[in-house]
Each structure stands twice: as C-alpha cells, then as structure tokens.
Ligand binder design. Structure first.
Ligand code: M6R
Length: 621
C-alpha cells in the first residue's frame, strides 16, 4: 500500500527517486508524485494513474536539477486517485513536502483544528494535515527532524512519512509507526524507502528502523558525507540493526520475461530448493536455526494456530493437514483479519504461526500482536528479511523465494508451503511423533518436488492454450478434496485477481450441498484430483464428483497425477502433475493453476503484474 522513496546524496535526485518508484510500483499504482529541493525551492510534480503518466509529465515539464528529493506511488485510501490527492502534499507556503503510507486515523480532528487556524487544505487525503502540522512545528523549531517527532506524537493510526523542507536542502526525514520504512546507506548518500528494492541498485547496506522512530539523513555540505540519526518519537537516541541485502538488483528485474509473474512462476523450482537449503544437518535431522523456540517449549505446545491472509492463508490451510497428520497436535487456521475479533482461546502453550510474504500485512501483524498479548509464542514464516512481522515474532523461518514483485503471489506460496512442511516435521521431530527415517524421507520428497515443479513447467503449453480458449467465459469453478481443496481456493483466487472473472473454489464434497446448482452447459470446472495410490477413498469420491458435474454439462479440466487412468474418461482436458506424496501434492498441483490464470489475464488484456484495485503489500486493515 503506497511506495515511498527519499534520497539525499550526490546523484540526480529525480533519477534515483523515479527509479525507486518504478521498483515500488507493485505497492500501489493509483497515482505518483515527486518533489526535489533545488536552490532553496521545492519543485513538485504529481499525476493520477501509473508512474508512466508522471514520467510523461516530467518529460514535458522537467524539474530543476537537485540532489535531494522524495517520491510516492499511491494506493488510495482517503480521496479519489486524482492529481490533487496524489502525494507529495505541501503546506500553504509550499515550504514542506510530505509523502505518506498508511492511515492517519485522527486526521478529521487535526484538519478541523488546522482550518480553524486559517490553513487552507486542498485535498481529500488524510496525509495533507501532516504537511501543515510539520510546517507549523518547523517554523517554531527550525529543525525538520524535531518537527517530525512533535507531529508524530500527535498522530494516531499507521504511518510511514518522509518529508523535506525548502529551508534544509540537504536533509530528508522519515518516520514510521506500524508501516514499513528502511534506510539505505552508502558513501556520501542516504536512502529511505518502503522496501529495499527501491535502492538496491545503489547499495546493499541497510538499516532496519523500529516502531515509533524518526530517521534523519543529513548531508554535510562541507565534506559531502551523509549522517544518519535515528531517535524515538520522544527524541531519545534509538538502536538500529544494520543488515546486508543478500540479493542484487537483477533479482527485482523482469530478466527478459514479459511480466514479473511469468518470471516468478519460472523461478519456483529454485525458490523451493533454496528454501530447503541448510535445513538438515549431517545426521539427517532438521535444524531450523532461526527457530529460536527452545525444544522444551516446542514439546509443551498443545495447539498450533496459523494466521494469514489471501494466498498465505491457503498455505496455512494446507499446513493444517501436515501439522495434524505428522504431529497429532490440533491445528487451527484463521484469516488474520478475523482472528482477534472473535476472542480466540490462546495461552502460553499455543504456538501461533504468522505466514506472510511481505511481513508487513497489517491484519497479520495485528493478529500476531494479539497472540503475544495472550502469552502465546509466535513463529513468523516470512519472505522479507527484517520486516515488521518477523521482528515482532518470537521466532522466524525465512522463505528464500527472493523478491516477489508481481501482485499475484506464486513463488512465495510454494516456499510458504515448504516452510510449513518443515515446521510440521520439526514439531514431529522434537515431540517424537515422527521417526528420523520418516523425516529424512519427507525432506527428500520435498527436495524432489523442486524437480517436479520443473517438470510441470515444461508441459504448460496446453494449459496456456486452454486458458486462451476460455477467455470469453464469465465463470470458472474449482474443486478439490483434502489438500486439493486449498489448492482449488488458490486457483480461484488467482483467477479473480488476474482475470477479473467469477471464480470460486469448493470442497468437492460440498458440491451437493448447494454449489452444484451453478453447473450449467459448458461451465469450466477445474478439479484437483488426489493421488489414487494406496486405494485412496478420496480419489474414488472425486472421480464420482467429476462424473456428477459432467453429467450436468460441465467442461471438466482435470489436474491428476501421472498414471492416474481412472480420470481419463471424464476429463475434457487433462493436466498431468508428477507423482508426489499426497500431502505434498499442492507443490506441483498449484503451478498449472498459476499459469492458467496468468494466461487468461493476458488473453483478456489485463495488467498481469498490477491487477486493478490491488496492491502487493496490504499495510492497512
Ligand atoms: O504479504 P502477505 O503474504 O502477508 O500477503 C497476503 C495477501 O495479501 C497475498 O497473499 C494476496 O492474497 C496475493 N495478492 C494473492 O496472490
């Protein structure tokens, strides 16, 4: 939700800021804007729509050369996505510029107070109050960082703010509460951004900023160095953690693919393999070093609760089957947005697992805070080093998917599954419910699944062809049983967000309780079939379900294991996936559904990487 960049240094600020915005556009693309500081004057440009509109505007009306500035790409919360509501926002005199991510909850009261003092606010945003308050505080104290601290103490809600003032041309100030902000440091320059991707091209050395902190980047005009000072909102010096970013700029580029999503789908075999790397010791035992919960406490766990949103929630649903089967510990899965509002029964023996690619999803963050307040231990499964969710958790298991830029999650999902399987096996290992041979075998199967994904990817042309043939349909349904049910939900979610089609996933057993009424002549129904091996009852039941829907006119698209001949007579289209242990099937069965959704979106002329109304990282509730 909104991408923010701030820069001070020796390079042309506009170039640095717009390049950063390009890398952050996945966070929101309703409007974009920049401000640069040149010769004591703030020059601003902003435009509704995607960054390309702003770039066109800058081409036609260039801003003056400058070496400090800031920029914003917006996902609108307050006020329509038009030019006026685009950030940066300025005070009356145009001396202070601010960009913001989050929601200022008490903005109405602050706005009324400002208007009473004669301030003229021109936008419908919550953000604009900050530029006016900052200008007032700045004119009283003459120090932008101090003004920011004073203002932040008055704000309620979630916010990342970055500001510049015409009077301090070598200073950029940022602040954060419940919303992401990182600093990048390099010789003679400093960066602020919502995500390290914005400055990875220039430096891989970064600082994690904590809650309720203000950071000042100040250039020394004599020697050109840039000093970074971090304090709390109360002005006390704050400790910051330095970290090195372990991927490079090319990881956040399309690398020859038309879309990030295509690249990220193709990267899945590597992402799965990387997430498994180093998790098993020489004796074949799982050693999850980052998991800092002592074994005694793991043995005490009497309930696992998984909280997550969207695709990560589907990973959690699949994890439930693995946790309960491998450990015999009861496992609940809950949408993070619902969790704390139903007063869940928690306590010191509950292990809460928060699954999040970005590590910044507000609903998941609030759920984990609630769990910790109730005394539960929280383990984060996260793809983003140093993000808020892992930082506020008791332990973290990082997935190694690399940066995921497309709004639709693909490789992050597969690696979340891998991490969930590892945690479930680890619980089984520590609690003695799985033998070491069994754990070794499951880990071996997990490693093999990376090749399985590779195999699936090499057979996707018929899936793409099928997707193109369905471009004019209005509805696609998805059915599954057991772990295939969350896969069906994930297939439907991908189609909704990318193809803007009516798509729904059902547990196949629920069909006759209502959804079968949706079946009419020609409706495509994708069925995820469990393995037939071992005379699986589930397999036989779903074969019956396929016949039932086909008898009512459905066009069946059957995702089935290689060698499963029983489904052949009832499949209008057959998508083969490699043989895997039943619990691991989602690792291979999800991939064709990702490709299917991506191709359908393309065929319908939709924006694959930036679907309408969405943003990659949902940092508001
Ligand atoms: O960053 P997170 O994993 O916490 O994000 C959760 C969801 O917002 C995310 O998975 C969303 O559902 C995806 N766009 C789906 O493709």
């Amino acid at each position: 939700m909104c991408g923010i960049v701030g820069y001070v240094g020796r390079r042309p600020a506009l170039e640095v800021v717009t390049a950063g915005l390009r890398r952050l556009e996945y966070r929101g693309y309703d409007s974009a804007g920049v401000a640069v500081l040149a010769d004591g004057v703030l020059a601003v440009a902003k435009k509704a729509g995607k960054l390309v509109n702003l770039e066109k505007e800058l081409g036609e009306h260039p801003l003056p050369a400058a070496t400090a500035g800031l920029g914003h790409t917006r996902w609108a919360t307050h006020g329509a996505p038009n030019d006026v509501n685009a950030h940066p926002h300025l005070d009356d005199a145009g001396r202070v510029a601010v960009v913001h991510n989050g929601i200022i909850e008490n903005f109405a009261a602050l706005r009324a107070e400002l208007e009473e003092r004669g301030r003229r606010l021109v936008s419908d945003t919550d953000t604009e109050v900050v530029s006016h308050l900052l200008a007032e505080e700045y004119s009283a104290c003459g120090d932008l960082a101090e003004a920011m601290r004073l203002v932040c103490r008055r704000l309620e809600g979630a916010f990342t703010l970055v500001a510049v003032a015409a009077e301090e041309p070598g200073v950029v100030v940022g602040a954060r509460r419940n919303s992401p902000l990182v600093a990048g440091v390099a010789q003679g320059e400093g960066f602020l951004a919502s995500d390290v991707a914005a400055f990875i091209e220039y430096t891989r050395d970064a600082l994690e900023l904590g809650q309720d902190q203000v950071v000042e980047l100040r250039r020394d005009e004599a020697d050109g160095s840039v000093a970074v000072t971090v304090t709390g909102f109360d002005g006390r010096p704050a400790e910051v953690r330095e970290f090195h970013i372990d991927w490079d700029a090319s990881a956040a580029e399309k690398g020859g693919y038309d879309y990030f999503m295509l690249k990220e789908i193709a990267e899945q075999p590597k992402a799965v393999a990387d997430t498994l790397l180093g998790r098993v010791d020489d004796a074949g035992r799982l050693s999850l070093d980052e998991l800092r919960i002592p074994p005694e406490e793991v043995r005490e766990v009497d309930k696992v609760v998984i909280v997550a949103c969207g695709t990560a929630f589907h990973a959690g649903m699949i994890a439930k089957y693995a946790v309960e089967h491998w450990t015999r510990v009861p496992c609940e899965v809950e949408l993070a947005s619902e969790f704390r509002y139903r007063d869940p029964i928690l306590g010191p023996r509950a292990l809460v697992i928060a699954v999040s690619q970005s590590g910044e999803t507000m609903d998941t963050l609030m759920a984990l805070r609630h769990a910790r307040e109730q005394g539960s231990k929280v383990l984060a499964i996260c793809n983003t080093n140093g993000a808020t969710i892992p930082r506020e958790s008791d332990a973290v298991l990082y997935t190694h998917a690399g940066p995921e830029v497309a709004v639709a999650s693909t490789k992050a999902f597969l690696t979340q599954l891998v991490a969930c399987y590892l945690v479930a096996l680890y619980l089984g290992q520590v609690r003695g419910t799985r033998s070491s041979d069994d754990i070794r075998e499951q880990v071996r199967e997990l490693s093999r699944s990376a090749d399985g994904v590779e195999r699936v990817l090499s057979t996707m042309e018929p899936v793409r062809e099928l997707a193109r043939s369905l471009a004019s349909h209005d509805t696609v349904l998805f059915l599954g049983r057991h772990v295939g049910y969350p896969v069906a939900l994930e297939g439907a979610l991908k189609l909704k967000e990318l193809a803007y089609m009516h798509a729904e996933g059902f547990a196949a057993g629920e069909l006759k309780h209502g959804p079968i009424a949706l079946i009419e002549e020609g409706v495509p129904v994708v069925v995820v079939v469990p393995s037939p091996r071992g005379g699986s009852v589930l397999h036989d039941k779903i074969v019956s379900n396929i016949q039932e829907i086909r008898a009512r006119g459905a066009r069946t698209v059957v995702v089935a294991e290689e060698g499963d001949e029983a489904v052949v007579p009832y499949a209008d289209h057959l998508i083969r996936v490699p043989v895997t242990p039943p619990l691991l099937q989602p690792l291979v069965a999800t991939v064709p559904l990702q490709v299917f959704a991506c191709e359908l979106a393309t065929a319908r002329g939709n924006e694959v990487d930036q679907p309408r109304n969405l943003a990659k990282s949902v940092t508001v509730e």
